[in-house]
Design a protein around this ligand. Structure first.
Ligand code: PLP
Length: 390
């Protein structure tokens, strides 16, 4: 349909930085440009802004400022968590790692490398809706399990795992709990204290902050979590992550989280309504469509839909003005079917017939209508007979 506007429905891949966040960041690029590690006035100004941002982030996540280590994003945070923890506990006699089969590649790839280095890595299976059942974890935990890694919310399906319960089970067996909180922070209320996890990650570009900045939460008490660094140098971040800190990005990350947190509950209702409108529209256009993980606890913005008999890549190719995803952004360059959907029992064909739509702060009802218009056109091109009978 000519004339339909472009629509971005890929907010789980990344979000635009809010203009008010950019505004708050600006002075830290030029006016307060000092190195936060320098002892002079310029350095002190930068360090003050940095620590204020750390304190604000810690308040929002309900942890202490000393428990946050700034990183370049969630991938780095997860690498530091997995490699740092295993290096620190190499001689503990615990060499078993339990990793959810639906984790992001930023967890699965380091786990594979650890396996090559002699660690025993076991994947935790999920249900057909993508959930990790507490009894599955309880059975899989062993006396030599060092750590369990289960994400809070899945980037492809939006499924929210019962992390507080899972972390408690891990702790009862003396294992650490690593939680990839990347997709949940900024979309649902997240209190790291209440979740009771030992390691968790933050990535600003997922919640309307700048790209290239994130944090790793490292629990300091009951139990204290010890890590070995991956990056050595000037000893920044209590020696865990050396390198000059990007003050503008850190100030931007704290501001972004503050702004989205203020709007969480109103956004939840708004996004759920828009998602339902999108789903209803899809179902009307393609009655065989399936909403994956429907019925499980879900992020309010994520809709994973399988179009049986079609190829998601063909659909996307016919709607170039719509941004949606066939898998997670980081892996969609590879043609393999999504490991998340395969773990949920999908056939490779079903996985390849699946699209993820993820809505965000700027999404409007007009966007949903435009996306449905593009989809209708793509479906007409792919299924001429189907269109004639409609
Ligand atoms: N974990 C999850 C669940 C994600 O969705 C992503 C980003 O796609 C990452 C980790 C990696 O985040 P970053 O881009 O900050 O490295």
């Amino acid at each position: 349909m000519p004339g339909l506007p472009s629509v971005y429905l890929d907010y789980n891949a990344t979000t635009p930085t809010l203009p008010e966040v950019v505004e708050v960041m600006m002075p830290y690029f030029h006016r307060y440009f000092g190195n936060a590690a320098s002892g002079h006035l310029w350095g002190k100004e930068a360090a003050e802004a940095l620590e204020k941002a750390r304190t604000r982030l810690a308040e929002l996540l309900e942890v202490t400022p000393q428990e946050l280590i700034f990183t370049s994003g969630a991938t780095e945070g997860l690498n530091l968590a997995l490699f740092g923890l295993t290096a620190a506990y190499q001689s503990s006699g615990r060499h078993h790692l339990l990793i959810a089969a639906t984790e992001h590649k930023a967890v699965l790839e380091p786990a594979q490398i650890l396996q090559k280095r002699g660690w025993t890595v076991e994947l935790l299976p999920v249900t057909a809706r993508g959930e990790i059942l507490p009894e599955t974890l309880a059975h899989a935990l062993r006396p030599d399990t060092l750590a369990v890694a289960v994400m809070l919310a899945n980037n492809e399906t939006g499924v929210i795992q019962p992390v507080a319960e899972l972390a408690q089970l891990a702790h009862e067996k003396g294992a650490f709990f690593i939680c990839d909180t990347t997709q949940a922070i900024g979309k649902i209320p997240v209190s790291l204290a209440q979740l009771g996890v030992d390691l968790a990650v933050v990535s600003a570009h997922k919640f309307y902050g700048p790209k290239g900045i994130g944090a790793l939460y490292v629990r300091r008490r009951n139990p204290r979590t010890t890590l070995q660094p991956l990056i050595y140098g000037g000893g920044h971040e209590r020696g865990l992550r050396s390198g000059t800190l990007p003050v503008p990005l850190i100030v931007g990350m704290a501001t972004a989280l503050e702004k989205v947190t203020q709007r969480l509950s109103e956004e939840k209702a708004r996004l759920e309504a828009l998602r339902y409108k999108l789903w209803e529209g899809i179902r009307h256009l393609f009655p065989a469509a399936r909403w994956n993980s429907q019925g499980a606890p879900l992020l309010p913005n994520t809709l994973s839909v399988t179009f049986p008999g079609l190829k998601a890549s063909d659909l996307l190719a016919r709607m170039p003005l719509v941004a949606a995803a066939t898998g997670s952004a980081c892996t969609s360059a590879r043609p393999e079917p999504s490991h998340v959907l395969l773990a949920m029992g999908f056939s490779p064909e079903e996985a390849k017939a699946t699209l993820r739509f993820s809505l965000g702060l700027p999404t409007t009802a007009a966007d949903i209508e435009a996306a449905l218009g593009h989809l209708a056109q793509a479906l007409r091109e792919l299924q001429p007979k189907h269109a004639e009978s409609k």
